[in-house]
Design a protein around this ligand. Sequence first.
Ligand code: PEP
Ligand code: MN
Length: 338
Amino acid sequence: MIIILKDNAQEKQIDELVEWVSGFGVKTNLVNGVHQRIIGLIGDTTRIDVESVQAKDIVEQVKRVQEPYKNANRRFHPDDTVIEVRGRKLGGGNLNVIAGPCSVECEDQILQTAIAVKEAGATMLRGGAFKPRTSPYAFQGLGKEGINLLIKAREITGLPIVTEIMDLSDLDLFADVDIVQVGARNMQNFTLLKELGNSDKPVLLKRGLSSTLQELLMSAEYIMAGGNSKVILCERGIRTFEPKTRNTLDLSAVPLLKHHSHLPVVIDPSHATGIAKLVEPMSLAAVASGCDALEIEVHNDPKNAWSDGAQSLTPEQFKETMRKIKAMSEFCGKPLDI
Ligand code: PEP
Ligand code: MN
């Protein structure tokens, strides 16, 4: 971090500032230039709040030269993080495909879909039991019963299960869930993130609708700062001015996140586009961009789905998409984790 001082800064004030920042455990280097005096901070500045420094009377400007996240930062953890889930590996050299319906609706629906995605080569099962819906009148999910049905589907297929938590008070219900998803709308629910930081559950953290990649990484940092290093980052499209798709898939997020962080990166082409036809081409592009997993919505009967039918693949479409995903993943040297 570099602190540029105002011209009228007095020695006593500078000493006070140096003493204050030193309290955060960093070393300081005061440089008296011809036109400007600056203080360089050396060491871990993640605990120093830029705004608090900026608020000091003698500070003209503050610049961060290092990212404000440490645990999620590749600089301090050069190797890819690999998260093991029931023998499968997220991150590292393999590709996982998490597939299943937007919402768990009933036993027949989740079991039929789970068996179909497993047969097509999916490596994990998704399904929402607690649904963040824009309208309070839309289907809100089966809650606890939905989780129990996912567990049943796991017993039959062997696929690890991924499902979204919306409220801290439900945490106990997730004890037997393999990966806890934090949805886009909760990416900055810091109370929830902190609590998940105290658990050892893998967390699939989705990028907020209008969040920057740095904000996503800071949210990952919240979980990791509590001691839980099993965080999986997910790009699921961001809101732009383009109305033809539900969101705009930011594929550059994959190489960028992987450059800045060691955490596994997932692409969700279903919520990113909102259109079933776009899911296959975006999945292939995502694999080519180097993602570690895809999260794809598949429904045994999309036309009658209780949520997100328009973006859900039929089992047949998914089978065909998987055939191409397999070929692409092998071409890219990141074969399916089977
Ligand atoms: C979901 O995956 O079911 C979901 C609601 O996604 P998002 O949080 O990305 O909208
Ligand atoms: Mn959905």
